[in-house]
Design a protein around this ligand. Structure first.
Ligand code: FES
Length: 148
């Protein structure tokens, strides 16, 4: 059995450039990301350059070139949270997680976001979709340790 789903996905679309977006969506839906070694295959099938495929992948934030991390940490760096130490919190998270969200194989994807609607509870963050307010570095450490 062939474990690469990309040829099957390509065969389900007419091979024309207009189908690049739906093909990329289909590949990401199946694989969770668009591996760099599949870009060449997609480009060849659509008779376009690798640079064109890569350009579309990097233009749309939805598309990922690396696998999604197991956990997702979003720290608000908007004004209210910044005034309550969000930048220090973010730097602390970066030291703990060791990478931002595009890092390959990261177990925690870390992203800066700009207002979670929790301004009255600054600094705020979202861990795996759950909001947390008035977060200290100790509280963040506990959240990160829970996922281990
Ligand atoms: S500014 Fe951080 S939640 Fe609004």
């Amino acid at each position: 059995m062939n474990s690469d789903p990309v040829p099957g996905i390509l065969s389900s679309f007419e091979c024309k450039q207009e189908n690049l977006l739906p093909i990329l969506h289909a590949v990401q839906e199946v694989l969770g990301h668009i591996p760099s070694d599949r870009v060449e295959v997609i480009a060849r099938a659509l008779n376009i350059s690798r640079a064109e495929v890569h350009g579309v992948i990097t233009f749309y934030h939805h598309f990922r070139s690396t696998p999604i991390a197991q956990r997702h940490l979003q720290i608000c760096k908007a004004e209210a949270c910044q005034s309550m130490g969000a930048n220090d919190l973010f730097d602390h998270a970066l030291r703990r997680c060791g990478s931002k969200s595009d890092a390959q194989g990261a177990s925690v994807a870390l992203d800066a976001v700009y207002c979670l609607g929790l301004c009255a509870m600054s600094p705020a963050l979202m861990m795996d979709g759950t909001p947390h307010g008035r977060v200290t570095t100790d509280a963040l450490d506990k959240l990160l340790d829970l996922g281990r």
